[in-house]
Design a protein around this ligand. Structure first.
Ligand code: MG
Length: 384
């Protein structure tokens, strides 16, 4: 049988406005920029992948521009002509040639799995042993920067039966202001919803001691990455010192980090992200380490479009227990959909896309409209 080779790897950046300003401790997003990867194989099949980060370079070490350039300059020449069915071999080859750049690697890896799944006529979940869920609980992030707006948004989401898990982005204001903000929202939603916070590394250990005490008194159930990623001992102190669950996010960049966080007991919960882990396979390894070490799991997002979200859903559909659910709401934060058939959200859950590969088909008109080099600028798209 002839080998199906990788013929071409194309990248482009999409800039899609968000439905409102998304206020994080380190940046305010008004648009999301996603790197779209398209791999064309010698048999005519095509695989698509996405590499996305949050707030340019303010969240992590990769930007949309660096993701694209790492792929075009280093990954594409190394993989052109490679056996397209040899996903593991391709990943290992790139790992030897390219250090770091996990999001860039993830984008290419997703496109490889997508192509393989399509050629075999099976969903990517099948390539990871098969889905054990048809839908997963999905959180919504309240991050308008205003308590009243957030409360109205939360009540509307509960009413619509779209979300009853809310993650509040805090860390930009003082600890006392943030705790008061969280308490108001928890009071407004009461027992109808779970309230959690993400500090995105903004606190010192001293801030966090006050913060965690106040948050747990307010009825908040979980705090995500209160301290910088490298402060494992301090994260372990918080994990042991309070009842509120502590989640690691920025601290988890692949399996090696997962092992270190597990050894240090520097969290109760792993927020597992495909992009941050370096791909679906490495995210599966992070999940396995968390499971073996007795950590709870949560499906994390980089606010990907429907494409990256579909890919993540393929993997997380195979995970036995996600005690804290997922936050795969990325497409809902964007003003427009780039998939021909959007991912479905209903009854507080997100549904696992069916169909071969990652289960996503792009809408070519939307890709043309939102692509950065299509004559439009990020500024024009963001409307400011
Ligand atoms: Mg986070």
């Amino acid at each position: 049988m002839p080998v199906t080779k990788i013929d071409q790897i194309e990248t482009l950046i999409l800039d899609i406005p968000t439905i409102r300003g998304h206020v994080l401790s380190m940046a305010t997003m008004r648009a999301q920029s996603a790197v779209l990867v398209t791999i064309r194989f010698s048999d005519g099949s095509v695989g698509i992948g996405e590499g996305t980060t949050i707030g340019g370079l303010s969240y992590g070490a990769e930007s949309p521009e660096s993701i694209r350039s790492a792929i075009d300059t280093y990954v594409t020449p190394a993989l052109t002509g490679w056996n397209g069915d040899d996903v593991n071999g391709a990943i290992q080859h790139i790992d030897r040639l390219v250090k770091g750049n996990r999001i860039a690697k993830a984008a290419v890896e997703i496109a490889l799995w997508d192509g393989l799944g399509k050629r075999l006529g099976v969903p990517v979940a099948q390539l990871f042993g098969g889905a054990v869920h048809e839908r997963l609980p999905v959180a919504w992030t309240l991050a308008s920067g205003n308590s009243e707006t957030d409360i109205a948004e939360a009540l509307e989401m509960i009413e619509m039966r779209r979300h009853n898990i809310f993650k509040l982005k805090i860390g930009k204001r003082s600890v006392a202001e943030d705790v008061a903000h969280v308490a108001r929202i928890k009071q407004a939603v009461g027992a109808a919803a779970s309230v959690r916070v993400d500090v995105n590394t903004a606190w010192s250990l001293q801030d966090a001691r006050w913060g965690l005490r106040g948050l747990q008194d307010a009825g908040c159930e979980l705090v995500e990455q209160p301290l910088p990623a490298r402060y494992r001992r301090a994260m372990a102190e918080l994990t042991a010192g309070y009842e509120i669950a502590v989640m690691a996010d920025e601290a988890l960049n692949g399996p090696e980090d997962a092992l270190e966080v597990a050894k240090a007991r520097a969290a109760d919960v792993f927020a597992v992200k495909v992009a941050q882990s370096g791909g679906l396979k490495k995210a599966a390894e992070v999940i396995a380490i968390g499971q073996a070490a007795g950590f709870s799991l949560y499906g994390g997002t980089m606010l990907e479009t429907g494409l990256g979200t579909a890919a993540a859903l393929q993997l997380f559909a195979t995970v036995e227990r996600l005690d804290w659910g997922t936050e795969f709401f990325g497409p809902l934060l964007l003003t427009d959909e780039i998939l021909a058939e959007p991912i479905a959200y209903r009854d507080f859950c997100v549904e696992i896309p069916k169909g071969p590969g990652i289960g996503a088909t792009l809408d070519p008109d939307k890709i043309r409209f939102f692509r950065r080099d299509g004559g439009r600028t990020l500024k024009a798209v963001a409307g400011e």
